[in-house]
Each structure stands twice: as C-alpha cells, then as structure tokens.
Design a protein around this ligand. Structure first.
Ligand code: SF4
Length: 193
C-alpha cells in the first residue's frame, strides 16, 4: 500500500527511525481501524520485493517494520530474507490472523477480537500489544498473555479515540499487574505517520 521512513511510535522500539512497509489487504475488520483504506489489497500497486528493498536502502536507517493491513496474508519469507541479506533488522506488526512466515528480529503480536489469531503466532511473539477500546479488552489481554512465552513483553495501548477514557484504568491496571506496560501511540502526538 505504501512505504515511508519515519519514527516508530509504539511498543518496544518507540523512538527508533524505521522504514515502514505497509502491505495492502486485511480481513480482520477492526471497527476502530485507522487504516481502513488498506483492507482491499487490489486497490494498491504490486511491487517486487527487489523494489521494496531498494526503497528501504535509500534511507540511512537499517530497521524495517513490516505492517499492514495484515501482512501475514502473504508468505513473508522472500521479502524478509532479502531485507536481512541487505543488512536490515526486520520487525513485524501483526494481528496473527494467518499462519506465521518470515525471518524477524522482533515480532509484535496485536490480537484482535474480530478475527481469532492463528496458533503459530504465540510461540514467536516477542511483544504482545493489546489495543484497549473497551474495559472488557483487559480480560481479552489476559487471555492472550496466558498463551505467549514468559519472556514476551506485555503492553496495553489505549485506542487513540478512547485514550482519555481508558488511560486511568490502564494506569491502575499496570500498577496492580506490573508484568504489563503501557504503550502510547507517540507518532500521533508527534503528528508523523
Ligand atoms: S488488523 Fe490492523 S489493518 Fe486490519 S482491521 Fe485491524 S487495525 Fe486495521
């Protein structure tokens, strides 16, 4: 769908310069999705993996984040292999709704209530990031936390439009459950993509 060089705003690598490759296509259907234009893959041009990597090489950063849409709709092995052979660290942002593929240095798994994750994601997730839109999402977060590895980072992120409502609950929750951390969408505060 698009590729752009920016600052990663969320999660473990918040603040790092990164080249984002946003793959078109998503069948998850989150009501609060802020990239609904990504859902229809056919609306976007088809680029070769060589073209995608050449785009990343034009910037000084050597961190690529593959996002979507839902990137695991595709076999990510060829793209991630080519990125890694060109010296990039490669991160994934996924809902885990399709079988895992690719070679990643960091896998951020953000499960969604709207489509059940594929079981292959749980053992490879380095970070569990649950978007909290409604108070019941905390129960959903705990259910998924029970399925990932012990070392997996656990983060709660208030949905942007509900941030002022949800944040006081999240602050209390994390103070009482210190194995969780809060993630904020800092790129939105910085007004960058
Ligand atoms: S998984 Fe991501 S791209 Fe797909 S609908 Fe949900 S927020 Fe949007």
């Amino acid at each position: 769908m698009e590729a752009f060089y920016t600052i990663q705003g969320e999660g473990q690598f918040s603040g790092h310069a990164a080249y984002f490759i946003r793959l078109g296509g998503c069948d998850v259907g989150c009501v609060w999705c802020d990239v609904k234009e990504s859902w229809e893959a056919g609306k976007w041009p088809i680029l070769s993996i060589e073209e995608l990597v050449a785009g990343a090489l034009t910037y000084p950063g050597r961190l690529v984040v593959i996002t979507g849409g839902e990137p695991l709709l595709y076999n990510l092995n060829p793209l991630t292999q080519l990125l890694k052979s060109n010296g990039f660290a490669v991160h994934l942002e996924t809902s885990g709704a399709h079988p895992f593929s690719g070679q990643f240095d960091w896998v951020c798994f953000s499960p969604k209530k709207f489509k059940k994750p594929h079981p292959s994601i749980y053992e490879v997730a380095d970070e569990l990031k649950v978007v909290v839109y409604h108070p019941s999402d905390l129960t959903f977060a705990e259910e998924h936390a029970a399925l990932v590895n012990e070392a997996c980072e656990r983060r709660l992120q208030p949905e942007w439009s509900k941030a002022s409502e949800r944040l006081p609950e999240l602050i209390d929750f994390v103070k009482n459950h210190p194995n969780w951390k809060i993630s904020l969408q800092t790129h939105k505060f910085m007004d960058i993509p």
